[in-house]
Design a protein around this ligand. Sequence first.
Ligand SMILES: [Zn+2]
Length: 94
Amino acid sequence: MNLDPNTLYNILMLAIVVALIVYLYLESRPRKPQREEYVTRVLLKCTSCGYRIERDFEAGDFIGLEKGKCPKCGGATKITGIYAVEKSKVLKPQ
Ligand SMILES: [Zn+2]
C-alpha cells in the first residue's frame, strides 16, 4: 500500500488536533480541590485605646483611613493593615 503525501499530511494534522484537544481537556480540568482560598481582611485599630478589630476588606479601604468606631471606648478606628488570610483560618473560632 502506497500512501500519497496528502494522506500522510492529513493524518499528521489529525494527530496534532487530537493531541491539542486532549491537552486542552487536561488543562481545563479543575485543579486540586483542597486548594486554599484566600480572603482579604483589614485590621482596624482604635486611635484612643488601641483596641484592634479585624474585618472583611471593602472597596475603597486603604491604610490610614478612619473607619468605624471602637466598640470599647467609642473612639475612631483607623485601618492599620490590609492582608490576605486563608479562608479556613478566618472561619475558625479564636
Ligand atoms: Zn477604643
